[in-house]
Ligand binder design. Structure first.
Ligand SMILES: [Zn+2]
Length: 243
């Protein structure tokens, strides 16, 4: 049975009740699968959550979370006790780590927004939203563009959005509706089922499966570290306040 991904509908949720589907051992670690989870598995350039899963029978420390063929694998070890399949457990995500990753990830979309606003014609690519040197990439050529000016323009637009404190929400919609709200809709999004769009202040949508801040003011501060050509892509390195 596939794991229900509770963070998809509500990324501010950090706790849930769930039922144990299976317990396994792999490479000296325990692997717990549940019917539903609030834990974010690594993916889309965002690191996994950590935290704990608990029942009266035991406490499992979640050190790593991975998604494989629809199943979320909570990897870690029992601090005490054990679970049995069918048992009800409580999950709790480490709030500080999740918040940091949500802020870094959301700041990457500030770059997306600024790039769209500046009509640079760059095509959104992958992002790397880890605390060590986060960046977003775009298909395109910098050529003889004034990099210092680009850096200032992106910083200015991103910082203005943070100052405005726009709300961030999630909507599920058809690919056709996505095209109306999002400046860029990747080709690999399926046509036949509603896709998840993260919407910033009602006007700027990004198809995305990650976790985000609920208000962009939570990013607090944002700067561009470096803009460089990594052919065939342009890589925009950015940082957030206090990380
Ligand atoms: Zn996102």
């Amino acid at each position: 049975m596939e794991t229900t991904l509770l963070y998809l509908e509500d990324f501010s949720r950090l706790t849930c009740e769930a039922t144990v589907q299976s317990i396994a051992r792999e490479n000296e670690k325990g692997v717990v699968a549940l019917d539903a989870t609030v834990f974010y598995p690594q993916g889309g350039g965002q690191p996994y959550d950590t935290g704990m899963i608990e029942s009266p029978a035991g406490k499992f420390l979640v050190e790593e979370v991975r998604w494989t063929d629809g199943i979320v694998r909570h990897i870690g070890h029992f601090e005490h006790g054990a679970f049995a399949a069918g048992e009800n457990v409580s999950c709790r995500v480490d709030a500080q780590r999740r918040m940091l990753h949500s802020r870094i990830h959301s700041a990457g979309h500030l770059v997306d927004f600024a790039v769209a606003q500046l009509a640079l014609g760059w095509t959104p690519g992958k992002g790397y939203h880890f605390p060590q040197g986060p960046y977003v990439e775009y298909g395109g050529m910098l050529g003889d563009a004034d990099r210092e000016k680009l850096k200032q323009d992106i910083e200015r637009i991103g910082s203005e959005i943070i100052r405005q404190g726009k709300e961030v929400s999630v909507r599920f919609m058809s690919k056709e509706d996505m095209r109306a709200l999002c400046r860029f809709v990747p080709e690999n999004i399926p046509d036949n089922k509603p896709g998840r769009v993260v919407v910033f202040g009602n006007t700027f949508g990004v198809p995305c499966g990650g976790t985000h801040v609920t208000n962009l003011s939570e990013i607090r501060g944002f700067s561009i570290r470096k803009i460089k050509q990594e052919s065939p892509n342009i890589r925009v390195g950015y940082d957030i306040a206090g990380s």
